[in-house]
Design a protein around this ligand. Structure first.
Ligand code: XUL
Length: 512
């Protein structure tokens, strides 16, 4: 069996797979809010912080690991696990002193991880991806390196508030003594991988690219970005490596305490989005994953480290080799729900009636689908803009959804990869009307997958690949579309949406 872990914002999840039988044998989650209420983080982060700060308690992540393994050991035989890999929420960082490695090497199974490792923390709490406190640090790094296009060309993204480099700079500026004491900086992913391996292990290319520090072309830390971020930063980071690199065997602590085999290997961890690319079976270029959530995300494999000239999209390492894009759209279900409430509709009406009955009106009523500030494109929209004056609710619904997916198509063109297959996931993906619209706008088949924990499954597949299994074959088995869930694009709509795309661009340009 192979074990994949995913430490996300709200929970720690385990997925156990049996590659020979081609099935998931067990899945389990620890919820930070309900299982570990003493951290007073009901949604996994510390509520009520100011100045855009959003932090989480790294002790909680450690305690969750002990709790998850104790539950897993009761439910399954962990001695059958031959390798472990994992993923973490991206960008979050953990700061450790010179005692961290010694503490890891000497972990005593009679005690627990929090007690033994937390004295090594030089920063009590970890900034996570929701943190927006680093505007001035982003500007300083950008100026020092020669402007946003240069930072993007090197690191795959312009400086972004939640990315780890600007967060590290802020820590260095606000608490220089603690920064000085910090011997090693980890991401959530590499922190947990280090705990499992019983020694500090590298950050992988997938998660490392979310730091504004990794030079994508060289797949190594960029000396100028390091210097622009904080002094001696290069000394505090291990050389990055591929996610499928095996680091050695799991630490004795886990063997003795939870019954893992001494020969169980531990691979590197990656970011949750790169792991999801694997778990959604989308690691080869041409495959696109669209996840419909509070925010919508678009991610896709890319052969080379091409970057978004507008600086909206990000480029990360693809755990299967090559690269991937990640583009976030803030107005996802936030906007869908706002219009639904405004029109007093329910979702089934959206699907069954609104979209089905208005197919002849495809592309006719354009809408800029932004109910509030957007990040792709970056602009403080104050509300949607509708071209044309229809008051028909069904046509407004169609215009909103078309606007969302035209915007997605427009802002993913920089990748230069033809979309051959879309895998749709997230709450609204079940909606056949929405899925058909995505197929028509991108002119590519759309499939739905019944994968609940795509990042943890992806991590289990990475563990299998690190063990020598063929990743493409594993994905064929584990990442199959739900039977009957595939939808083909209507070729008659191809030119209609090409034309709508051009008009959408014009409308957008006129409102910024
Ligand atoms: C990606 C990002 C989020 C986190 C969520 O850039 O910030 O998707 O990875 O866990």
């Amino acid at each position: 069996m192979l074990l994949g872990l995913d430490s996300s914002t709200q929970s720690l999840t385990a997925v156990l797979i049996d590659p020979a039988a081609g099935r998931i044998t067990y899945q389990l989650s620890v919820n930070f809010g309900s299982d570990l209420p003493h951290y007073t983080s009901p949604s996994g982060f510390i509520p009520g912080e100011k100045n855009g700060e959003v932090h989480a308690n790294p002790r909680m992540w450690l305690e969750a690991l002990d709790l998850l393994f104790s539950r897993l050991a009761t439910a399954t035989d962990l001695s059958k696990v031959t390798a472990i890999a994992g993923s973490g929420q991206q960008h979050g960082s953990v700061y450790l002193d010179a005692t961290f490695d010694r503490r890891l090497a000497g972990l005593d199974p009679a005690s627990d991880l929090v007690t033994q490792l937390s004295p090594a923390l030089t920063r009590a709490t970890s900034p996570i991806w929701m943190d927006t406190s680093t505007g001035s640090q982003c500007a300083e790094i950008t100026t020092a390196v020669g402007g946003p296009a240069e930072v993007c060309r090197r690191s795959g993204s312009i400086t972004i508030e939640r990315f780890t480099g600007p967060q590290i700079r802020r820590f260095y500026q606000t608490d220089p003594a603690a920064y000085q004491r910090t011997q090693c900086i980890h991401l959530v992913s590499s922190f947990l991988a280090s705990v499992l391996a019983g020694k500090s292990v590298p950050i992988d290319f997938g998660d490392g690219a979310g730091m504004n520090l990794l030079n994508l072309a060289q797949l190594d830390w960029d000396a100028d970005l390091l210097n622009a971020t904080a002094p001696n930063l290069g000394d505090k980071l291990l050389t990055p490596a591929a996610a499928t690199t095996v680091q050695g065997n799991i630490a004795t602590y886990f063997v003795e305490k939870y019954g893992f085999s001494k020969t169980c290997r531990s691979a590197l961890f990656t970011g949750d989005n790169p792991a999801s690319l694997v778990g959604m079976g989308a690691t080869t270029p041409g495959n696109v994953v669209i996840s419909l959530g509070t925010s919508d995300t678009f991610f896709a494999a890319m052969p080379g480290p091409k970057t978004d000239p507008n600086g909206y999209g990000h480029v990360f390492g693809n755990p299967a080799g090559g690269f991937m894009s990640l583009i976030c759209f803030r107005n996802g279900s936030l906007a869908r729900e706002a219009l639904r409430d405004q029109l007093g509709l329910d979702w089934s009406a959206f699907d069954r009636d609104a979209l089905a009955q208005t197919r002849t009106e495809a592309g006719a009523n354009l809408m800029l689908p932004f109910f509030g500030p957007e990040i792709t494109p970056r602009h403080d929209f104050t509300g949607p803009v509708m071209l044309g004056s229809t008051t028909d609710p069904a046509l407004q619904v169609r215009a909103l959804l078309e606007g969302q997916f035209l915007n997605m198509r427009l802002h993913s063109q920089w990748m230069g990869v033809k979309t051959e297959r879309i895998r749709l996931t997230g709450g609204a993906a079940k909606n056949d009307g929405i899925a058909q619209l995505v197929a028509d706008i991108f002119q590519a088949p759309v499939e739905r997958l019944d994968v609940i924990n795509s990042a943890a499954l992806g991590a289990a597949l990475i563990a299998a690949a690190a063990e020598g299994h063929d990743l493409a074959e594993l994905q064929e088995t584990f990442c199959k579309a739900e039977p009957g869930s595939s939808l083909q694009p209507d070729p008659a709509l191809a030119h209609i949406y090409d034309d709508a795309l051009a008009r959408f661009q014009t409308l957008l340009d006129a409102h910024r």
